[in-house]
Design a protein. Structure first.
Length: 417
């Protein structure tokens, strides 16, 4: 097959699909009957020495069907799981994290499957193929898989792919699902901006949250909350990196609380920061979203202790001892002689018990309580702080015996010394 690249969509400049030497890409739209079912057709080609071991990364999204022709071994990593070598015809299930594909040249043809198309093409739940890659024959059947493979292999040019897939998919589609209207409306709500939660989406669909969850898992592969999060992040991600001149975080979805909220979602769906993802090898993905330039300059760090505004003044004056962004050093108070502060709750409780035992033990020995200090080494001990018995020693005790027994044990030990 001759792959020259391009698209059947009007209004796009040819340089949008310009690729490095030895690579070509084509995106086509389906016919009007498949507009709500198929997200689009794509054709990738890579040849030459640079195509051996080539790594590409793709964003998470809906299910995809892909066919490889004249290609070397292909392996795809989804999260921590790697699938490969892949067969010639494969089904990529719905994904919740970015994909890392390692290819060795050849031609790949595929199309995206929406939730509405899943309800008419496949009989099993989309959740069973979530973040998985399986042979297409296992999900669609060997007869339909062979029909698609043979027709695509017979194509001579890449512009013949869209008409071939339009004709075959229109014939393979089953009858509309009984809940197709709700699935179509849910797809539209997921793609909208805003901070709708699951309860609000269920209210707009006039169904219960349980029904919404069953519908989403069955046809979309994920829970409604995960679908809303993924769609919000993808919208924001593409907006940020389509802006010229760098990363404009003001373009993220208004339902994000702040930029750190957006970056946390990037860790979930990309496994890394957006800037690092786009700086990696994404030659095919870069045609759908502008590549973000790598910025070596680091942003100035904000002061942890900003200077307060002086009373009766319009200027911000740093307080005494404040040097730029370096906070003043405040000396810590010396630790108490009878109680030490511990972060560990067990050690803190043990020190509290020791401080309660200390006064009674001092009175039993006829010495003032200030003559003893609390030491919590190991299981804890009461050690004289001054006097002839001020030799470092430990008298461990447990919480079981009574206080009188502990006092007698402590007194006998001190008398022996």
């Amino acid at each position: 097959m001759q792959v020259s690249g391009g698209t059947n969509r009007a209004g796009l400049a040819p340089d949008v699909f310009a690729m490095p030497a030895g690579m070509a890409i084509r995106y086509d739209q389906p016919c009007d009957a498949l507009t709500d079912l198929i997200t689009g057709y794509h054709v990738y080609r890579a040849t030459g020495p640079a195509s051996i071991g080539q790594v590409n990364r793709f964003l998470p999204g809906t299910a995809n069907v892909r066919f490889a022709f004249e290609a070397g071994p292909i392996s795809v990593a989804i999260g921590r799981r790697t699938f490969g070598p892949l067969p010639a015809a494969t089904l990529y299930g719905p994904t919740g994290t970015a994909l890392k594909a390692t290819t060795n040249g050849g031609i790949m043809i595929g199309f995206g499957v929406s939730a509405l198309a899943w309800s008419r093409l496949f009989t099993r739940s989309a959740a069973e193929y979530r973040d998985r890659i399986v042979p297409l024959a296992d999900a669609l059947g060997p007869v339909a898989t062979q029909r698609l493979t043979s027709a695509l292999r017979a194509a001579e040019r890449d512009d013949q792919v869209a008409p071939i897939l339009d004709a075959i998919l229109c014939d393979l589609l089953g009858p509309p699902h009984r809940e197709s209207a709700t699935i179509r409306q849910l797809t539209r709500l997921i793609g909208q901006d805003g901070g709708d939660d699951v309860a609000a989406v269920a209210g707009k669909l006039a169904i219960s949250p349980d029904t919404l969850r069953r519908l989403a898992v069955r046809h979309f592969g994920f829970t409604p909350k995960m679908l809303l999060r993924r769609a919000r992040f993808l919208r924001s991600f593409l907006r940020v990196f389509r802006t010229p001149g760098g990363t404009d975080y003001s373009a993220i979805d208004p339902s994000y609380f702040d930029v750190s909220h957006f970056l946390r979602d990037a860790g979930t769906f990309l496994g890394m920061t957006p800037r690092r993802f786009m700086a990696m090898s994404t030659p095919f993905l870069a045609r759908a979203s502008a590549r973000a330039p790598r910025c070596s300059a680091r942003r100035p760090r904000r002061c942890r202790f900003p200077p307060k505004r002086a009373s009766g003044s319009s200027t911000r004056c740093p307080p005494a001892g404040h040097l730029g962004s370096i906070p003043p050093v405040i000396p810590r108070p010396p630790p108490s002689s009878t109680r030490r502060k511990f972060r560990c709750p067990i050690r803190r409780a043990r020190a509290r018990r020791l401080s309660e035992v200390l006064p009674h033990s001092a009175c039993a020995l006829g010495v003032p309580p200030a003559a003893f200090r609390c030491h919590t080494g190991g299981r804890g001990a009461l050690v004289p702080a001054s006097g002839p018995c001020a030799i470092p020693t430990s008298v461990p005790f447990r919480a079981g015996p009574s206080r009188a027994i502990r006092d007698r044990s402590l007194g006998a030990t001190l008398a022996a010394r």
